[in-house]
Design a protein around this ligand. Structure first.
Ligand SMILES: Nc1nc2c(c(=O)[nH]1)N[C@H]1C(S)=C(S)[C@@H](COP(=O)(O)OP(=O)(O)OC[C@H]3O[C@@H](n4cnc5c(=O)[nH]c(N)nc54)[C@H](O)[C@@H]3O)O[C@H]1N2
Ligand SMILES: Nc1nc2c(c(=O)[nH]1)N[C@H]1C(S)=C(S)[C@@H](COP(=O)(O)OP(=O)(O)OC[C@H]3O[C@@H](n4cnc5c(=O)[nH]c(N)nc54)[C@H](O)[C@@H]3O)O[C@H]1N2
Ligand code: SF4
Ligand SMILES: [Mo]
Length: 733
């Protein structure tokens, strides 16, 4: 049998052609007929089969007992979860239960639709997610400027003639907040059109290698660089906003702010020569269609929100927002931004309440995960005593992971919705494992809305789930229903909602959303347009055209105008000035600045149990520039001790001039060698966790996002390693 499907492991949405025989996958290939990915896949796609067949993947709920993990029934597991959560909230208040939601949630429409219902039923303010170690700055900037947290401008990579990339490595990540399968070809096509690709990154990455130019920048200083670009753009070219001029408020303020931030003021901090900055600004301004794009490397830093704001401002003052070849808003078939209220995601909110211990602001109902450890460990009313995690591995993914390890071990109750016993879930009292990815239907609710082209595609389940299998969405619905029942909430209405949602399921809701969407059948039968049935009839997906101008209609601000100088961001400038005083530069106190990295065959922390993906040279190595290696006595392949304020790890050194002098790089998602982790393959490629070094106190003060980029560390050789046999692996990047 041949099945067509979308890969949902990363944001690229590659179309797959999967052959099965007698209930087993026999091959996974790219689907040439997929209008979006046109046959492209990466090596991770085949892992869908390995994950499905993985003997370490849990198929049944388990309970932790003194003698090990015991399988239990679904009824027992769900009842016990609801009962324990309810009891803890009744005794200690609703905020005594914390929740952490991880990245795979956004790759599953069922989870995306039903999780919010469960969270509402839980009523806690202690909600955390991977957003605050990732894209929260994008959401805050979008909320403040365009009126909706997910109204995020997407680079029109297929039509641009100049692409300035900061803090993103799409050749490894396959693009983020820019779903673009086959990004290498798309970048090459820019060059073939006579355009230019420029990468600004403290590491000469895979993307930098295919770019026309790579510029090193000192980690964490991008806000100064972006301000310097803006300074030149406004000083030399003036604003080229064109039609946007009529939609924008605050240009005078921005002009005033940028005045003091010259390229010369930035240079001693950023390491980017002032002349280079001026030239890039001129190139941006002169190009008929240019786009500035910044991703994780500029979000996860102390001025993450400021960076994402300035990137939007640069795209606006050069006239490139809402222009083909610039940055545009998508028009997705299921419209999570502009669709009917019941279907759309919340526009966002900011600072309605603050975290108990450190007073950090909420964003859109959640708190920065960097505060989770202290919320569990700090005594007092409102302390978190129980945790729910779902599709997340915060011990590996959030700053000061060891603190969370300790915190989770101290909880009265912890339940994890997760297929694996890993670094986080080993602390659980109960683990509820969902269906495998091949047992579910799929529609990319989030990433169709963040893609470089408007397309829509539905994939039916490849395998029918057995009677003892539950989907994430079913777990959320069951837990919601049980909690409400325990609280004695309105019986009749509750039952009715429960039954309706159970019958509709995510695909029923998807159908309603598609029909109500911009290409939809509008709930009238016998009319052309999208519905679940019409998508099912087109198994390769439907092309809905290139990104197109949509302003001002698409804006979600009340006055349908763009706020160029939002007050919270303007107020943050003083912090920038203090962090990088004028007339000074980086201080040479001997410490190095740590950054992360991604490898094409990794996927955050959770795919190292796939033999195909972990074979080859060890990847969890510390990249060090030859000058630093020489100065510190570090040698290729030998172990180094890396120390930060919060922790210490050891990793083999890889000497390479691909990192900037003064910068070292370690990938994230490793560190599986902990007691109780049940990942046999990953355990043989354990590595260490960079987040045992990153600091829970280092944040972007206004968004609350973790500041991973540029953690100060000290590195020295492990003395004993010298005298021993040479290390087995001569690790290089
Ligand atoms: N293969 C693979 N693909 C993935 C993932 C994965 O783990 N593996 N993860 C997925 C997820 S969850 C996400 S969010 C996306 C992320 O997608 P990307 O944002 O493309 O992620 P990275 O590859 O980490 O690229 C970040 C870049 O920022 C650079 N950087 C670090 N600090 C700074 C700084 O201070 N300034 C500047 N200018 N650059 C800096 C790093 O050197 C790195 O090259 O990838 C997704 N895709
Ligand atoms: N230092 C540093 N840290 C980082 C980053 C970095 O660049 N540098 N990147 C950050 C980013 S961008 C992100 S998004 C986060 C990711 O942070 P997390 O989302 O917390 O971590 P993941 O490693 O993606 O773990 C996913 C978990 O979900 C489980 N899982 C997989 N599929 C499913 C499913 O379908 N259902 C359920 N219920 N569970 C599932 C896996 O077993 C695993 O436990 O990491 C962040 N951490
Ligand atoms: S690039 Fe992403 S979506 Fe495409 S095959 Fe690889 S993991 Fe799957
Ligand atoms: Mo992410």
């Amino acid at each position: 049998m041949t099945h067509f499907r979308t890969c949902n492991l990363c944001e690229a949405m590659c179309g797959l052609r999967i052959e099965t025989s007698e209930g087993r996958v026999t091959s996974i290939r790219g689907d040439d007929a997929d209008p979006f990915s046109q046959g492209h896949i990466c090596p991770k796609a085949v892992a869908l089969q390995d994950l499905h067949e993985d003997p370490d993947r849990l198929r049944q709920p388990v309970r932790r007992t003194a003698t090990g993990w015991q399988p239990i029934s679904w009824e027992e597991a769900l009842d016990e979860t609801a009962r324990r959560l309810h009891a803890i909230q009744r005794e200690h208040g609703k905020d005594a239960v914390g929740v952490y939601v991880g990245n795979p949630t956004v790759h599953d429409h069922g989870a995306m639709m039903f999780l919010p219902m469960f969270l509402r039923a839980l009523r806690t303010r202690n909600k955390f997610s991977a957003s605050s170690v990732d894209q929260l700055p994008h959401q805050l900037a979008a909320y403040l400027m365009f009126g909706h947290q997910f109204l995020i401008p997407i680079p029109d990579i297929d039509h641009t003639r100049y692409m300035l990339i900061l803090g993103a490595n799409p050749l490894a990540s396959n693009g983020s907040l820019m779903s673009a399968p086959g990004v290498r070809h798309r970048l090459k096509a820019i060059q073939q059109r006579g355009g230019r690709v420029v990468v600004v990154d403290p590491r000469k990455t895979e993307t930098a290698h295919v770019a026309d130019e790579h510029v090193f920048i000192r980690p964490g200083t991008d806000a100064l660089f972006l301000f310097a670009l803006l300074h030149v753009l406004l000083e030399e070219a003036g604003s080229k906003m064109g039609k946007l001029a009529e939609l924008v408020d605050g240009l005078a303020t921005v002009r005033e702010l940028a005045r003091g931030f010259t390229p010369e003021r930035a240079e001693p901090h950023t390491g980017v020569p002032a002349e280079t900055t001026r030239r890039i600004a001129r190139e941006l301004s002169a190009s008929e269609a240019a786009v500035c794009y910044g991703r994780v490397g500029v979000s996860t830093q102390a001025f993450g929100a400021m960076c994402q704001w300035l990137i939007n401002v640069i795209n606006i003052v050069t006239g490139n927002l809402d222009r083909p070849g610039g940055a545009l808003f998508t028009r997705p078939a299921f419209d999570i931004v502009g669709g009917p209220k019941a279907m759309a995601m919340s526009r966002g909110s900011y600072g309605r309440w603050r975290s108990r211990v450190r007073g950090l602001p909420e964003f859109s109902g959640e708190l920065p995960v960097a505060a989770l450890g202290e919320e569990v460990l700090t005594e007092g009313p409102g302390r978190i005593r129980a945790m729910v995690t779902s599709a997340g591995n915060p011990v590996m993914s959030t700053p000061n992971g060891r603190q969370l390890d300790t915190a989770f071990a101290s909880l009265d109750f912890m339940v994890c919705i997760d297929p694996y016993i890993n670094e986080t879930t080993r602390h659980a009292h109960l683990i509820l494992p969902p269906s495998s990815k091949l047992e579910r239907s799929h529609y990319d609710l989030a990433f169709h809305a963040l893609a470089v082209r408007n397309t829509a595609k539905y994939s039916p389940p490849l395998f029918e789930p057995g009677p003892d299998t539950r989907h994430d969405w079913q777990l959320f619905l069951e837990l919601k229903h049980r909690l409400e029942t325990l609280r004695g909430e309105p019986r009749v209405r509750g039952q009715l909602t429960y039954r309706t949602l159970k019958a509709l399921g995510p695909d029923g809701l998807l159908d309603l959303g598609l029909r109500a969407g911009p290409y939809g059948m509008k709930l009238r039968p016998f009319r052309k347009g999208l519905s679940l049935a019409s998508l099912k009839a087109q198994p390769h997906g439907v092309d809905l055209g290139p990104l197109a101008p949509s302003l001002p209609q698409r804006l979600a601000t009340r006055d349908r105008r763009i706020q160029l100088a939002p007050e919270p961001l303007v107020a943050d400038l003083e912090r920038l000035r203090q962090a990088f005083p004028e007339g000074t530069g980086a201080t040479g106190d001997g410490s190095l600045l740590l950054i992360g990295r991604r490898h094409l065959r990794d996927n955050n922390s959770w795919m190292h149990n796939v033999p195909q993906l972990v074979k080859g040279k060890p990847r969890c190595t510390l990249m060090v520039h030859p000058e630093d290696a020489g100065r510190l006595g570090l040698r290729e392949g030998e172990q180094a001790v890396i120390t930060s304020r919060v922790g210490e790890v050891r990793a083999p050194v890889s000497v390479t001039d691909e990192v900037m002098p003064g910068v070292v790089s370690l990938p994230h998602g490793y560190g599986h060698g902990r007691e109780g982790v049940r990942l046999r393959v990953a355990g043989e490629h354990a590595g260490v966790s960079i987040n045992d070094l990153t600091d829970d106190q280092a944040l972007d003060a206004i968004s609350g996002n973790a500041a991973f980029s540029g953690v100060q560390v000290r590195v020295k050789p492990v003395e004993s390693a010298r005298t021993k046999e040479p290390q087995q692996h001569s690790a290089t990047g």
